[in-house]
Design a binder for this molecule. Structure first.
Ligand code: ATP
Length: 198
C-alpha cells in the first residue's frame, strides 16, 4: 500500500483537496480529526494526559484543549511530552486503518506531516501552498477564527519554503476553487501513473 502525504499550513486547502480524493474513491485519513477522537476516546491517552496535566485535562469527560494549550504554550518540554503521547498513538491507529484499505494508494492528510516526522513513511508528498494573508482570510471566513490566533498557530508550523523543499508535488492555492481543482486533477493523474503501475 502506497501512502501519499497531504500537507500544508493552516487554511491552505488540504481538506478541500482531501474531499476530491475521496470523490475519486481514494481513502483519506485525516490525522488532525483522528487525533482529536483518540484524545477523547483512547483510555491509555486519557490516563497519560491526565497524569501529565492533571484532572482539569478533561471536563465531564471531554478534552479541554484550551487548558492544555495554555499549559504548553510557553513550555517546549511539556509540548514535547504531549506530542510523545499523542503522535505514536495516531501513527498506530493509521497503520491499522491502512491495513483495511484496498486501493493502490491512500492519502494521509496532516497539517504537521513534517513536524511530526510522519512524512518519512510517505511514498509521495503533496504540499498545498497559499499566501499567509489569503489563508488567514479563508480561515476567518470558514470558522470565524481571529486573525491573530491564526497567525500564532502559523508561527508554530513550518514555512511553505521548508515544505516545498521536501515535497514531490506542490499545489498552489492563491486563486479560486476552479483553478485549485485543475491543479488537483493534474497531480491526481500523475499519482495514478506513479502508483497504479507499481
Ligand atoms: P486547516 O489546516 O485549518 O484544517 P485546510 O488546509 O484543511 O485548513 P480548507 O479547510 O480546505 O484548508 O480551506 C480553508 C477554507 O478556505 C475553507 O473554508 C475552504 O472552503 C476555503 N478555500 C480553500 N481554497 C479556496 C479557494 N481557492 N478559494 C476560495 N476558498 C477556498
Amino acid at each position: 500500500m502506497k501512502i501519499v502525504g497531504l500537507t500544508g499550513g493552516i487554511g491552505s486547502g488540504k481538506t478541500t483537496i482531501g474531499k476530491w480524493f475521496l470523490e475519486e474513491g481514494i481513502p483519506v485519513y485525516n490525522s488532525d480529526s483522528e487525533a482529536k477522537k483518540l484524545i477523547n476516546e483512547d483510555l491509555q491517552i486519557v490516563k497519560s494526559l491526565t497524569g501529565l496535566f492533571g484532572e482539569e485535562t478533561y471536563q465531564n469527560g471531554i478534552y479541554n484543549s484550551k487548558y492544555v494549550a495554555s499549559k504548553v504554550f510557553n513550555d517546549k518540554e511539556l509540548l514535547e511530552n504531549l506530542n510523545q503521547i499523542v503522535h505514536p498513538a495516531v501513527f498506530r491507529h493509521f497503520d491499522n486503518w491502512v491495513k483495511n484499505q484496498t486501493t493502490s494508494f491512500v492519502v494521509k492528510e496532516a497539517a504537521i506531516l513534517f513536524e511530526s516526522g510522519s512524512y518519512k513513511d510517505c511514498d509521495a508528498i503533496i504540499s498545498v501552498v497559499a499566501d499567509e494573508e489569503i489563508r488567514i482570510q479563508r480561515v476567518a471566513g470558514r470558522d470565524g477564527s481571529n486573525p491573530e490566533q491564526v497567525r500564532k498557530r502559523m508561527d508554530n508550523q513550518w514555512k511553505d519554503e521548508q515544505r516545498i523543499s521536501l515535497s514531490d508535488y506542490v499545489i498552489y492555492n492563491n486563486s479560486d476553487l476552479n483553478d485549485l481543482k485543475k491543479e488537483f486533477d493534474q497531480v491526481y493523474k500523475k499519482l495514478l501513473k506513479q502508483f497504479q503501475s507499481s
